[in-house]
Design a protein around this ligand. Sequence first.
Ligand code: PLP
Length: 431
Amino acid sequence: YEPLAQADPEVQKIIEDETYRQFSGLELIASENLTSLAVMEANGSILTNKYSEGLPGARYYGGNEHIDKLENLCRERALKAFGLDPAVWGVNVQPYSGSTANFATFTALLQPQDRIMGLGLPSGGHLTHGYYTAKKKISASSIYFQSFPYQVDTQTGLIDYEGLHKNADLFKPRMVICGGSAYPREWDYSRLAETAKSQGAYLMADIAHISGLVAAKVQNNPFDYCDIVTTTTHKTLRGPRAGLIFFRKDRDSEVEGKINAAVFPACQGGPHNNTIAGIAVALKQAADPAFKEYATQVIRNSQAAAKKLHELGYKLQTDGSENHLVLWDLRPIQLTGSKLESLTDLCHITVNKNAVVGDVSAMTPGGVRLGFAALASRGMKEKDMEQVVEFLHRAVQLSLEIQKSSGKKLVDFNKAAAQHEGVKKLSDDVE
Ligand code: PLP
């Protein structure tokens, strides 16, 4: 039982380097966060050794008396964190990730080739909500189900609820999915529920990105309107990497059995008990008043950054933010998301390229997505966001200057950026 540093110095070194990267740079990936030491301890614990297929009290393996307690505790905390009545809502805490939580939900409630409507990927939706392209069915959710995405309005960048309602009337979906990965605004769950109800369809919210904000009650509450709510646990919720499925029991007496059977044995094998321990710890932390302060600060920071970008003359999709993210449209300044992402990477600022409404190709997206959860977890406030935006502004100016001399190709741009004195200076300043 040697510690890692002795047993495998190579892996230890990589972990140390990544630790340095995460804390010396500015983490602006909207789907990431910095989880707590307690969550990481639970996640890295001896619980990884145990097999426990099945559910508490009904396992396919012996020796699960402690694991049963853990999973029950995690389930109780999950309902409590979102203020849910256990008589009305149930939860499965075993999904390995957000994608498997979503696919297990479809497996539970739909038949193969049933119709689904989710927000299109170029509009800020997620792959697992039925994504396909003109050439290919990309996500299993479009391979096994018929998908007809709804979109944001091309002028405002806001969800076209009316278009969705009209198309739902024609397409007759069995499930309407809301939630996304790059939508900076609130969701109108009551309107979505109207559409779903008019078709006798399930309404599912995937709150992967905003679940921490929902738990802190600083976002609209999907549980008031939806039949199913799925989430990842590692974004604004600040837990380990996993997924949860909440299901409303009072409208369908069979839903609990269907969801549980879809997670295991239909889509997964044994639960990752170390992860479930990490989720339980994160959910306890989410019930603490300090978590509400953090969640409030996430939104304040996002809005402060949006305001500053706006003042500098940049275009933002929907002109602002009501959650943890900002979608920055770089097309008016003739820059691609890929170039800005590459350049900021050299400067210890981590962002990701992202499609903006009207983009033709997801491979060369015209924007970047900025997320503010990780920096709020580090204790940064609105004033710090001004500095962050200053750095981003410098990164844009450098990108434009380098692009002029290096031409259009990303490889040439990257080569030139790596040699550029201004880039080195920005890198030092950020670090
Ligand atoms: N759902 C949404 C809305 C997401 O943004 C993501 C990931 O970014 C997922 C699901 C998938 O989660 P995972 O990467 O844990 O499979």
